[in-house]
Design a protein around this ligand. Structure first.
Ligand code: SF4
Ligand code: SF4
Length: 304
């Protein structure tokens, strides 16, 4: 083992990109053998960032801070929050996959459903790969979503919520803000999947280039758009936000459709992620241009 290798931003980005380029698990599972993903956005957040405590207060006591989940699974390491880094990535949907789902009106395209199953299998493997690679380099790490005690909790405020949210980790790591449909709008849009791990490494955090947690959504920025409301086949999105239970029930129904139509065990929807202005980029012009110029807004207020 190559112990105590110094871990840098570039080391992590290269690790992830090489896995995308070389892993046989990067597949849509179709006859053509097409890859599920072709690139990733990667961001970093400190374990001592106050945002983790804000999440806990906002979502519920069951929502882990990086320190809690790391020390549950690596008790021998005795790491303080300042010694931890959350590594988060976004896997943007490929153009071809987005295009097929744009035509969908009720249930997902075959390509989209394949990504939901096979693309996420790769995402699971990527979490394991990053953890194992860090361990081989002498740095303890854990993938919160893969721990046996990760769970979904019934929540009065949110219908249900989980003990670790990949989208919230990505938001903390500077990768995007939330939209009306609850999805995370990133520099490559909302049509994506995301993953993260917590490691005992010291990597400079990625600045959060947004003034608040909804800055990239047109509806919250200037009261326009709302296109995701029209895209949802079961009216789970309104001006009041996203009805998680309605959405979940539609996903359950999609299983039968996917099996009968595409002949594999899968599910999905994602209609609100395509055919909308935030599909593949940041639709709020001022925010997009500020990001391109590398400008940072003043620190955002706490979540309310
Ligand atoms: S479609 Fe429009 S309203 Fe919906 S999340 Fe995207 S930018 Fe916001
Ligand atoms: S909110 Fe749920 S059911 Fe509605 S379009 Fe989005 S993923 Fe589909």
């Amino acid at each position: 083992m190559d112990k105590n290798v110094s871990i840098s931003v570039d080391w992590v980005k290269e690790l992830i990109q090489k896995f995308i380029a070389g892993s046989p698990l990067n597949t849509m599972g179709n006859d053509a053998g097409e890859p599920a993903w072709d690139s990733a956005l990667v961001g970093f957040a400190s374990g001592a960032d106050p945002i983790w405590q804000q999440y806990k207060e906002y979502v519920g006591a069951f929502h882990w801070t990086p320190w809690e989940i790391f020390n549950q699974h690596c008790p021998g390491e005795k790491a303080v929050p300042e010694k931890l880094t959350v590594i988060s990535w976004v896997l943007p949907q490929r153009e071809m996959v987005r295009k097929t789902n744009r035509r969908a009106r009720k249930y997902p395209s075959e390509e989209w459903a394949r990504i939901r199953v096979y693309g996420e299998k790769f995402n699971v493997a990527l979490r394991r790969h990053v953890v194992q690679s860090l361990e081989q380099a002498g740095h303890a790490a854990v993938a919160p979503m893969l721990t046996p005690n990760w769970t979904v909790v019934i929540s009065e405020r949110f219908s249900y919520a989980s003990s670790w949210s990949e989208r919230h980790a990505a938001h903390a790591a500077g990768l995007g803000t939330f939209g009306l449909s609850d999805g995370l709008i990133t520099a490559r849009g909302k049509a994506m999947r995301t993953g993260s791990i917590v490691a005992k490494v010291s990597i400079p955090p990625t600045p959060r280039p947004y003034a608040d947690h909804q800055a990239y959504c047109l509806f919250y920025a200037d009261g326009t758009c709302g296109k995701c409301i029209d895209r949802c086949p079961v009216c789970a999105i309104t001006e009041a936000g996203h009805d998680k239970e309605k959405c979940r029930q539609h996903l359950v129904r999609s299983r039968e459709y996917v099996k009968e139509t595409y002949r594999f065990e899968g599910y999905g929807c994602g209609l609100c992620q395509v055919g909308v202005p935030c599909e593949s980029g940041i639709p709020v012009k001022a925010a997009r241009e500020a990001l391109e110029r590398g400008e940072l807004p003043p620190p955002p207020p706490p979540l309310a």
